[in-house]
Design a protein around this ligand. Sequence first.
Ligand code: CP
Length: 318
Amino acid sequence: MVRSFLKDTDFTPLEAAEIFELAARYKATRSAGIIDVLNSQSWGVLFYKKSTRTRLSFEAGLYELGGHPMVMYADDLQISRGETIEDTARIMGRFLHGLVIRTFGQDIVEKFAKYSGIPVVNALTDLLHPCQSYTDMFTMTEFFSQGKANPESIKGKKFVFYGDTACNMAYSLALAGAMFGVEVVLCGPEEFRPAPILDELFSEVNLTPTWSFTSDPIEAARGANVLYTDVWVSMGKEEEKAQRIKTMSPYQVNMDLFKVADRGAYFMHCLPAHAGEEVSQEVLDSPRSIVFDQAENRLHVQKAIVSYLVKKNRQLGK
Ligand code: CP
């Protein structure tokens, strides 16, 4: 079976640490130009949903690895006129060497992986966003080990995610955090607490959960090393906008939370941000905010993920 990256736990913690080492190397040597890992391979990058960071970082990253990125939108393909995922995947497997997908259900990326026979990378589903969570953990390692990207440096750090804790980012951060020994506190309104699927994701793998849930934003922030948030109105939830903003307003990341957090605490956000909603403008613009370093790291980490998959699949004779 060809290896893909559909869930955060598709790599072991040791493999993820190797990926971080590679990402740090790619970051340090980017100005040297193309590293020919892909040898002119064609990789598809398929979007069912909007994107800025994912689109840019994968297109640039695949090119920088010596590959040919082919960006596609589901609306432009026959899939939007009823061709099945199974047949689309089989066709893609005949033309492409790998595929990156942003879509709705986790079952869609799983079907593409099953029927295409090529490595598939999950670039966000409604369930998980593993490229982002790996990037976030990598970014933390950089900031907690003075640029050395040492995974040991984030073990035991208190990481708080605010907002809708029943969303893809919360679940991916809970999984990736556990892989690196990070204490992940998911903090939001009771009605947005994690669903049982998060326990199911842990039960599929040999990984001890390190996450907890609280609805108390100040208690969550006490002594925290990272305060993190995501948009309150995710893609596809637009009709719930007014209600979500009202329910989540006590969970805005602002300076009140930083007053009780660790003195060296950082602010992170997967972006795009809506200043005045999930984060105050003051926090977003403060020296504690590392959101643009975080965004840039998507490029380096995803290049490392793709390279690692290609290497492992070659070793498997795929
Ligand atoms: N964080 C993230 O995935 O950004 P985009 O939606 O812009 O790709």
